[in-house]
Design a protein around this ligand. Structure first.
Ligand SMILES: *[C@@H]1O[C@H](CO)[C@@H](O)[C@H](O)[C@H]1NC(C)=O
Ligand SMILES: *[C@@H]1O[C@H](CO)[C@@H](O)[C@H](O)[C@H]1NC(C)=O
Ligand SMILES: *[C@@H]1O[C@H](CO)[C@@H](O)[C@H](O)[C@H]1NC(C)=O
Length: 318
């Protein structure tokens, strides 16, 4: 009997663990994994552009055919000269003096990305429309130009911010306010004010674009690039559905487990009581003195000198 109770308890813990894991996985998955995988692919292809690498010159790379529409470029720099001189222009980016990286490397490579018509595929921002493509600027160790799967260095502007001057942007609907959107490498997005119609500032690396809030009554906004419409709404409604099913699923699982837990406690309690009664009967048979006492608000016979007095609370381990 005792063994059975212990294994039930173990089973319960197992159930609880599985349920908890399930609920955990429902909560959120903040890492944009496809976007990070894309960064790794683009780093690899950008490095291949360095056929005859010269410092401080941008080299445009060629993306694999399945990513047609994305532009990449790479620039190799000595980190000392990057810090002292900055980079006048690297595509849409203007990099001031004072750029620092962590961990320190002697040479680094800045990889530029323009996701073009792939922007909304990799960086969906529900409730907003893009009026410019996603641009990326990421820093890597530049010592080994045949390396792939490199981690990004930490890069930040310690004096003035980096300026991003977007070229031609789609017209902003009348009455809407355009904002700069910055995605950091963990998928966190931060909206800041747009300057001079198409300029954003940043002190860190990441992915950048210009967004406007989508109109509340969902009319197909004519200025928004047509390719940005279909991939935006389809996944978000699917995501909503998934979320609802997740909530229903965890609520059902939770209720079932509560019932299971209640039954388990009830069963254990009755088992304990029966066992004690049996012990008391045995004690009575042996001629030991009995007296009535209160146990948990219930009158029950109580043996004064039962040697193995079971401890009601601590035996459950709950
Ligand atoms: C982007 O455009 C290219 C052609 O320029 C096309 O091959 C590719 O499939 C498009 N990507 C998306 C996500 O629509
Ligand atoms: C950069 O790459 C070189 C060559 O692979 C390596 O020796 C060095 O340790 C790397 N530096 C950092 C900070 O990872
Ligand atoms: C977002 O930007 C604002 C303004 O620059 C800043 O105060 C805030 O800390 C930023 N939030 C994150 C999460 O970076």
């Amino acid at each position: 009997m005792r063994l059975q109770f212990q294994s039930s308890a173990k089973l319960f813990v197992l159930f609880w663990f599985i349920w908890w894991q399930f609920v955990e996985s429902q909560v959120s998955n903040p890492l944009p994994k496809p976007a990070r995988a894309l960064d790794a692919t683009l780093q690899d292809y950008a490095y291949r552009a360095f056929v005859n690498p010269r410092t401080g010159i941008p080299f445009d790379g060629i993306v694999p055919p399945y990513l047609t529409g994305i532009e990449i470029s790479a620039m190799r720099l000595r980190s000392g000269s990057l810090y002292r001189r900055g980079v006048q222009t690297f595509k849409e980016f203007m990099i001031p003096v004072g750029l620092r990286e962590q961990p320190y490397v002697e040479r680094l490579v800045l990889v530029y990305q323009n996701l073009g018509n792939w922007s909304t595929t990799y960086y969906s921002l529900p409730g907003y429309n893009y009026v410019a493509p996603i641009l990326g600027l990421l820093a890597y160790n530049g010592s080994d130009l045949s390396a792939s799967n490199l981690p990004e260095l930490d890069l930040w502007a310690s004096e003035e911010p980096i300026t991003i001057k977007f070229g031609r942007i789609s017209p902003v609907p009348v009455g809407a306010v355009a904002k700069c959107a910055w995605f950091d490498l963990h998928g966190q997005v931060n909206l800041t004010n747009l300057l001079a119609g198409n300029v954003c500032l940043t002190t860190e690396q990441g992915h950048f674009s210009i967004v406007v809030k989508s109109a509340v009554p969902r009319v197909p906004a004519p200025p928004a690039a047509p390719e940005s419409e279909p991939p935006k709404h389809a996944p978000s409604s699917r995501k909503n559905e998934e979320r609802i099913w997740g909530i229903v699923g965890s609520a059902t699982g939770g209720t079932a487990l509560l019932v299971l837990l209640a039954l388990l406690i009830l069963w254990a309690w009755r088992y304990k009581k029966r066992k004690r009664m049996r012990e008391l009967e045995r004690a009575a048979d042996a001629g030991e003195a009995l007296r009535m006492t209160r146990i948990g608000g219930m009158r029950a016979p109580f043996a004064l000198s039962t040697r193995t007095m079971p401890n009601f609370e601590s035996d459950f381990g709950l």
